[in-house]
Design a protein around this ligand. Structure first.
Ligand SMILES: [Zn+2]
Length: 284
């Protein structure tokens, strides 16, 4: 699933491929109507065809693409990759990959394709490119890469919640862009049991967690850098992570226990029951 690193690479790729280019033609997959809600396919195509891509920003897991329409007015594209979405570039000729939901033909003949097998992604036109008006964007907390992570603020947010620290980290209002993979990996690196109540962490543990999150996201960006993002859940994809999706394997650090998978707030968590500090009696 896409988290901050994959979306950061998507933003860089879209910039590299299409900044300054005009979108000559737009087509969409009729089976993918749901990704355009609350708009529809026709208005999506109408708004973007003939526009020029001006810039691409990222906020958490959200891609914010600014274009200039035929009359030179700003128009935005909010693109969220959902669970399986990705943007790829193809030369104009050749077979189209499966699950292409949006096809943006550029004025140089190359084609931007949005692929999304499971259709949990979203593509929405934002009038005036006023992204701050979208509730999904307005609700986001600090972006760990753009803003850094302030241990004092994170500690405050964690103390204000009764949720388990792993669950709190998935809250995009706490930190924008951390998902299941990097929450599990960071808590492992910081040796913190994911079941502990967020408010029960010591100041030193919060500091360690901030460092671990930054390192995990930075490493993710380095690993994914390239024209084709791969998701660990895809068949045959390598698993570069230490605990994520490794239930039953021996812990790579202490070698004393097997990595466990538990479910927290309907999401899988992976951790080592032997070397992640339980902070006795302070579980959520
Ligand atoms: Zn261990």
């Amino acid at each position: 699933m896409p988290e901050l690193p994959e979306v950061e690479i998507a933003a860089r790729n879209l910039r590299r491929w299409a900044e300054g280019r005009r979108i000559a033609r737009v087509s969409t997959d009729p089976r993918a109507a749901r990704i355009f809600r609350p708009g529809d396919r026709a208005s999506f195509a109408r708004a973007l065809s003939g526009s020029t891509l001006v810039g691409v920003d990222r906020r958490g897991k959200h891609l914010l693409v600014t274009l200039s329409d035929r009359r030179g007015r700003p128009v935005g594209l909010w693109s969220h990759l959902g669970m399986t979405g990705k943007w790829v570039l193809r030369e104009g000729s050749g077979a189209e990959p499966p699950h292409a939901r949006v096809r943006l033909e550029l004025d140089d003949g190359r084609v931007l394709l949005y692929l999304d097998p499971r259709l949990f992604g979203r593509q929405r036109v934002v009038p005036g490119a006023d992204f701050a008006a979208l509730p999904e964007v307005a609700a986001l907390g600090p972006d760990p890469v753009h803003d850094g992570i302030d241990p004092a603020r994170l500690g405050e947010r964690l103390r204000a919640t009764r949720r388990a620290v792993k669950v709190a980290l998935l809250d995009q209002a706490v930190l924008a862009g951390v998902g299941n993979i990097h929450a599990s990996e960071s808590l492992f690196a910081a040796r913190i049991d994911p079941r502990r109540r967020g408010g029960g962490l010591t100041v030193a543990e919060v500091r360690g967690l901030c460092r671990a999150i930054s390192a995990s996201l930075r490493r993710g960006i380095e690993m994914q850098d390239g024209p084709e993002i791969a998701y660990v859940e895809e068949p045959g994809a390598p698993n570069p992570f230490r605990v994520y999706a490794r239930a039953g394997e021996r812990c790579p650090r202490c070698r004393k226990a097997e990595i466990r998978r538990i479910v927290q707030a309907q999401r899988s968590t992976f951790f080592c029951p032997a070397c992640q500090e339980t902070g006795a009696g302070r579980r959520a």
